[in-house]
Design a protein around this ligand. Structure first.
Ligand code: PLP
Length: 352
């Protein structure tokens, strides 16, 4: 059945092992992040076997369904509407809101649990985290008085909303806050979670940020890339996941539609460049599964020119292969395409 995504758990394992080595050089613990592949159990198993330090996902549903003995971390800020589920299914959560943390405290106390809070600090990327340095110390002090939660540490997130690249000057803001909090509490913090796959270039260059002792890594394990500059990390695989889809129709058609042009299937007014007659194919996968701009054909002569809910249109004019109906095309993936394909119930997941 097509479309299908081929998943090579062996290559994923190689990436996890390489990542562990990179982290170990700087005494950094690793949270293996599973959200981009919907925490599929076959890959959770790999993280279990390889003994990463934590397993992390942004959805409580994924943490609930996964089978693991690793400590579980909720990556998306806990919601005050689901504190019971959070303390039940996560050992730690990332947080930035004191009211929510109070509710987590109450929920954990009621269940006789001790839930770990990683307090997020915004050092400039402007997604989650407390921005003002003075606020962080007062929140940390209040958490330290609670019974149901404990302040496990501080964390920061970069290169997500603002595209800010982790470097020593930016991360110094985190280091300064850690110093403030440790001084105010009179103890050192267990976890200082410095970032995600965009931190990898710093590891490669051997730049150690004082105090940073943890990273949360998803994309590099799944796609072999760091995310500061988007480069393949040497020794990592970029083909753990491959999309295969078949050709439903193939033939010569003009490059400009004929007739009066109104709207496309998504209410947008399309525009076209006249390239004459082209050899075109229709593929059995569409916007409901993936954005065509996020697929990277193995055959680089193939250009994906558009899509609707269930179809992608490909231009095969310059391809060397004489494709025909029923042939299967293969694609490497980006973060966006992997995320949406794994989430689509219409895409078969096949382990190789
Ligand atoms: C998704 C996520 C990560 C992992 O990021 P990658 O770029 O996939 O390594 C880390 N931290 C948080 C808070 C996240 O939401």
């Amino acid at each position: 059945m097509y479309p299908r995504i081929l998943i090579d758990a062996g290559k994923y394992r190689d990436n996890v092992q390489e990542m562990k080595k990179l982290c170990a050089r700087q005494g950094i613990t690793l949270m293996g992040v599973t959200k981009v592949f919907c925490a599929t159990q076959r890959l959770v198993e790999v993280l279990n076997d390889e003994g990463v330090d934590f397993i992390a996902d942004s959805r409580v549903e994924n943490l609930r369904k996964m089978k693991t003995t690793l400590p579980k971390v909720l990556l998306r800020l806990a919601s005050r509407h689901e504190v019971d589920e959070v303390v039940l299914h996560a050992d730690y959560s990332l947080n930035s809101d004191i009211d929510t943390i109070r509710k987590l405290d109450a929920a954990a106390s009621e269940k006789g649990k001790k839930h770990g809070v990683i307090l997020m600090v915004d050092i400039g990327d402007l997604r989650e985290g407390i921005y003002y340095r003075r606020d962080i110390v007062s929140v940390a002090k209040e958490i330290d008085t609670m019974q149901g939660v404990h302040l496990a540490g501080l964390g920061t997130n970069l290169t997500c909303y603002g595209g800010v690249i982790p470097d020593a000057p930016t991360l110094q803001r985190l280091v300064d806050v850690v110093a403030d909090v440790e001084e105010a509490l009179g103890r050192s913090l267990d976890i200082v979670s410095g970032g995600n796959s965009s931190h990898i270039p710093l590891l490669q260059e051997g730049i150690h940020i004082d105090k940073v002792n943890n990273l949360r890594v998803g994309e590099a394990l799944a796609l072999g890339r760091e995310t500061a500059y988007g480069k393949l990390v040497p020794g990592f695989h970029d083909d753990v996941f491959i999309l295969e889809t078949d050709i439903l129709e193939i033939g010569e058609k003009p490059s400009v539609p004929e007739g009066t042009i109104g709207m496309d299937a998504f209410g947008k007014k399309p525009s076209f460049q006249d390239k004459g007659m082209r050899k075109r194919a229709i593929l059995a996968v569409g916007k409901q599964d993936v954005e065509h701009t996020e697929l990277k054909p193995f055959d680089e002569a193939i250009e994906l020119i558009g899509s609707s809910s269930d179809h992608i249109i490909a231009d095969l004019t310059v391809a060397k292969t004489a494709y025909k109906t029923g042939d299967v095309l293969r694609f490497k993936l980006t973060y966006g395409s992997l995320l949406s394909l794994m989430t689509s119930p219409y895409v078969v997941k096949r382990y190789v």
